[in-house]
Design a protein around this ligand. Structure first.
Ligand code: BES
Ligand code: MN
Ligand code: ZN
Length: 497
């Protein structure tokens, strides 16, 4: 896609379609007013006839208006003027882009009323425009045998108006926004793929392929014997029930100084979570193909670090396994020894994510990390606590947790802190091992994090539970690409870009 900033003279821009806004009371937004006068009052006429109410998300395509270069104008509802801001702007832009993607329009000029600079400065304006535009072209990599519908025609997006002083920042935003959308698409493609194709070894191949594309990326894949040599007993316990062999992927972006403490991202890569011997209920079990969304977000974030050449070291660790019941599967009551040497009584084989993460988190120590962030579709309890709007964040370092929450807010990929205090860890007592892998229903998202906390002592660590946000159910079933935008903002900020 091609992105540019425009400063003034909307009517004379060479775009096929101008995207302008109307408020709920029928009032035209600033740029729409200019187009209205240029077109002999056509926009006001349409609105006064009641063909568009201005409710947020509504759109109406007008063609062949006199007095302007563009062959189309897309009127877009902005909602009420009083509550107008960043969120309604995003909503309006998203519906405008959806409407555009159903047409053969190949170039647009976005001229919706811009929210105040305090809510959306030039950089974030450019970023959101590029991110949302590129995301509007995303199509699920389905395996339908019917012919694919034509790809959307949109190729060029002009974003404005931007004052002269803000052009550089907005252009930087455009570059970053396109990279974020591309990274989110990497996550979505991996996560949407069914578990018979997206296996642990497939994830490893994809990491290898990515590393081939970028000089800054280096990859190392541990196969089962190598994992055994690392004594990752918890990861192996989960993997042992499946015919699919596990993989442990180490993907490094070599930016910044060679031996500087890296940011380490750790992803849960359960390519299918049947629950194992503690088998899940059938309804919705297909969605457990998304249980590698954390891993996909890590691979996506590394692709972003490489694409933007972030001047910092970033290391992605992916624990990839399939969780299946079988005659060889791990059983409730079995005790595994983690790479850290701590023993775990596996009371529920469906609490497998924390098992594989415990070994992956321990592995991060060898890099002397600045911070470690794990990303996992870890608990149904997190979905109960926060629904589908916020990811859960917990950790042992409040500054790091705050950094992630703020990154999520800026990226419109929000996360909310849950209280990880000592009491929760006490619920993991076992009579037979150092601790159990489950602690009852209450506070399940937090006790899962408390389990991880047993393996991250002395590290600056945070945990993102994305069980409720990484994918959607229902008619729009599929990966959302979250929390890749959050992680992208986190990395971009840390890199000082
Ligand atoms: N992958 C699931 C968590 C999950 C649930 C993700 C719903 C997305 C949607 C995880 O491995 C799991 O099964 N967790 C159990 C833990 C329990 C056994 C303590 C859960 O949440 O029920
Ligand atoms: Mn599970
Ligand atoms: Zn799981």
């Amino acid at each position: 896609m091609h992105f540019e900033v425009w400063a003034r003279g909307l009517g004379a821009l060479g775009a096929e379609c101008l995207v302008v806004g109307v408020f709920e009371d029928g009032e035209l937004a600033e740029e729409a007013l200019a187009i209205d006068s240029a077109t002999e009052g056509r926009l006001k006429k349409v609105v006064s006839r009641g063909d568009l109410s201005g409710r947020a998300g509504e759109t109406l395509l007008l063609t062949d208006l006199p007095g302007i270069e563009a062959s189309r104008v897309l009127l877009t509802g902005l909602g009420s003027r009083k509550s107008y801001g960043r969120k309604p702007w995003r909503r309006a832009l998203t519906s405008a882009l959806a409407a555009i993607s159903r047409t053969r329009i190949s170039s647009i000029a976005i001229a919706l009323d811009r929210p105040g600079a305090r809510e959306l400065d030039d950089y974030y304006f450019g970023r959101a425009v590029a991110e949302l535009s590129a995301a509007s072209l995303y199509r699920v990599n389905d395996l339908k045998s019917s012919k694919k519908p034509k790809a959307p025609a949109l190729q060029t997006v002009l974003a404005g108006p931007v004052r002269k002083a803000g052009i550089q920042a907005a252009e930087r935003g455009l570059v970053h926004g396109e990279a974020i959308a591309a990274a989110a698409a990497v996550q979505r493609d991996l996560a949407n793929l069914p578990a018979n194709l997206c296996t642990p070894s497939y994830l490893a191949e994809q990491a290898r392929a990515l590393a081939k594309q970028h000089a800054s990326l280096k990859v190392q894949v541990l196969d089962e014997p190598a994992i055994r040599r690392e004594k990752m007993g918890c990861l192996l316990a989960v993997a042992q029930g499946s015919h699919q062999a596990p993989r442990f992927i180490v993907l490094e972006h070599k930016g910044g100084k060679a031996n500087s403490p890296p940011v380490v991202l750790v992803g849960k890569g359960v390519t299918f979570d049947s629950g194992g011997i503690s088998l899940k209920d059938p309804p919705g079990m297909d969605e457990m193909k998304f249980d590698m969304s954390g891993a996909a977000a890590v691979i996506a974030s590394l692709s972003l670090a490489a694409r933007l050449r972030l001047p910092m070291r970033v290391i992605g660790l992916v624990a990839a396994v399939e969780n299946m019941p079988s005659g060889q599967a791990v059983k409730p009551g079995d005790i595994a020894t983690s790479a850290s040497g701590q023993t775990v009584e596996i009371l529920n084989t469906d609490a497998e994510g924390r098992l594989i993460l415990s070994d992956a988190l321990h592995y991060s120590r060898r890099f002397n990390p600045a911070v470690v962030v794990d990303i996992a579709t870890l608990t149904g309890a997190c979905v109960v606590a926060l629904g589908h709007h916020h990811a859960g964040v917990m950790g042992n370092d409040d500054r790091l947790v705050r950094e992630l929450v703020e990154a999520g807010a800026r990226a419109d990929d929000r996360a909310w802190q849950l209280p990880l205090t000592e009491e929760y860890g006490e619920q993991l007592k076992s009579n037979f091992a150092d601790f159990a892998n489950v602690a009852g229903r209450e506070g399940g998202a937090i006790t899962a994090a408390a389990f991880l906390g047993k393996f991250t002592q002395g590290l600056k660590w945070a945990h993102l539970d994305v069980a409720g946000t990484a994918y959607q159910s229902g008619a729009q079933k599929g990966s959302t690409g979250r929390p890749t935008p959050l992680l992208a903002d986190f990395l971009i900020r840390r890199a000082g870009l």
